[in-house]
Design a protein around this ligand. Structure first.
Ligand SMILES: Nc1ncnc2c1ncn2[C@@H]1O[C@H](COP(=O)(O)O)[C@@H](O)[C@H]1OP(=O)(O)O
Ligand SMILES: [Mg+2]
Length: 394
């Protein structure tokens, strides 16, 4: 199934190579060898980077799990205190940078990420910085991968500031959301550590650690699934498919998006938070498609992970007017779902462009599904959007 991805998936050089593979003509071999020789992406394997990304996201997930467990056990008063989330956000970012630096044996890599250390460097941030440093060191000690002296507060600040890059169309940039779905994190629901690598503006690999996602499929809108083991690691490298394993290290399984071609049998994902996506619009699209099942509402890029293994068939995301999507909220999910055979575009069917810096330049929203359903979905989106537009101009 994966070998047929070409038309909607962001047209990477690798996809062009795969197209050449599938066309049985005499020009294929020379064309293929030319592409392999000339495409900078096709000539890279990113093995070291891929291993480093998996390790970084898994270790950061441990830190987040620890904080979330403590947060959920704490009393009501401290639950309304956002500082545990902030500590986990910074701690996760510091750990990811630390692991990338160790594994890539380099201090100079570019990370586009949500946090920087400015507030922590102020006097008012000192106590917070101490908490983060302690947590980062505890996580590293428990993990036992790195036998290092404890990191100082300055080391932690430096690691956090690796994330100050702006991204863009040239060179390699790591893209990190240290905790995607902070609202889900606070509620005890879904969140993800999302890490991807851009090379010349294309997402070439991505890892999603989803500590609360059940290993078994999510059916209907039950994101908790009582007796199921939770904690999934999804990872994908361009041209190599998508794999899932448990966060505690089971053997990997190759995953694929749903093969459903009848929308009446499909179910769709959307944000748990009503404020993050226009539910009236997704409801209207689902109705036009004839979708019978109620929406599956979960937080974060865990939606991309679940979709990549066929839990549902569609993801609809239509933020309110004025909201600008950031690349770290989609880069890892994008490669995870497209390498599993999915298609992700904006609402007008344009490929997602990660090369423009921190923001995605989008027409209206993001839609994801399999290749068979995409034409129907695009039509339903177009019709629903024009109905919504004429209703608002009346
Ligand atoms: N008003 C908003 N509209 C859409 N997305 C938002 C909004 N505010 C924050 N987000 C981001 O949306 C993502 C979660 O989306 P969802 O769970 O709805 O899929 C997160 O990246 C979250 O940021 P953050 O990473 O800081 O939590
Ligand atoms: Mg986010």
């Amino acid at each position: 199934m994966v070998s047929s991805i070409v038309s909607f998936s962001g047209s990477t050089s690798i996809n062009s190579v795969r197209l050449a593979f599938s066309a049985k003509t005499k020009v294929v071999k020379p064309l293929l060898s030319l592409l392999l020789r000339t495409s900078p992406i096709a000539s890279m394997t990113y093995e070291k980077e891929f291993a480093a990304a998996k390790k970084a996201a898994s270790i950061a997930a441990k830190l987040c799990q620890k904080v979330q467990t403590a947060l959920l056990q704490s009393d009501v008063q401290s639950k309304s205190d956002r500082s545990p989330v902030t500590v986990a956000d910074y701690g996760s970012q510091a750990l990811v940078s630390f692991v990338l630096e160790r594994e890539l044996h380099s201090e100079s890599f570019s990370v586009v990420a949500e946090e920087d250390s400015e507030d922590l460097r102020k006097d008012s941030g000192r106590e917070m910085l101490e908490r983060i440093t302690k947590l980062v060191n505890e996580t590293l000690t428990c993990d036992e991968t790195y036998n290092v002296n404890p990191l100082s507060a300055e080391d932690v600040l430096k690691a956090i500031d690796s994330g100050k890059s702006e991204g863009g169309p040239h060179g390699q940039h790591w893209v990190l959301d240290p905790i995607d779905g902070t609202k889900g994190f606070v509620r005890g629901d879904q969140y993800a550590i999302a890490l991807a690598l851009l090379d010349e503006g294309k997402v070439v690999l991505g890892v999603l650690a989803c500590p609360n996602l059940p290993l078994a499929p999510i059916v209907s809108h039950d994101q908790h699934s009582s007796q199921n083991q939770v904690g999934c690691l999804f990872y994908a490298k361009v041209g190599c498919g998508t794999y899932m394993q448990s966060l505690d290290g089971s053997s990997p399984t190759k995953v694929h998006v749903s093969a459903i071609d009848n929308p009446a049998e499909a179910s769709f994902f959307e944000s748990f938070e009503a404020a993050h996506s226009l539910r009236d619009l997704s409801g209207s699209i689902a109705k036009k498609l004839g979708v019978q099942a109620p929406p599956v509402r979960i937080d974060s890029q865990a939606k991309y992970g679940a979709l990549s293994r066929g839990d549902g068939a569609i993801y609809l995301r239509f933020p309110h007017k004025g909201y600008r999507e950031k690349i770290w909220d989609h880069a890892a999910g994008f490669v995870v779902v497209t390498e599993a055979g999915g298609v992700a575009t904006d609402a007008a069917g344009n490929p997602l462009d990660f090369s423009k810096g921190k923001f995605l330049d989008l027409d209206t929203g993001i839609i994801v599904t399999n290749q068979k359903l995409m034409p129907l979905l695009l039509k339903a989106v177009r019709d629903s959007l024009s109905e919504a537009q004429s209703a608002s101009s009346m």
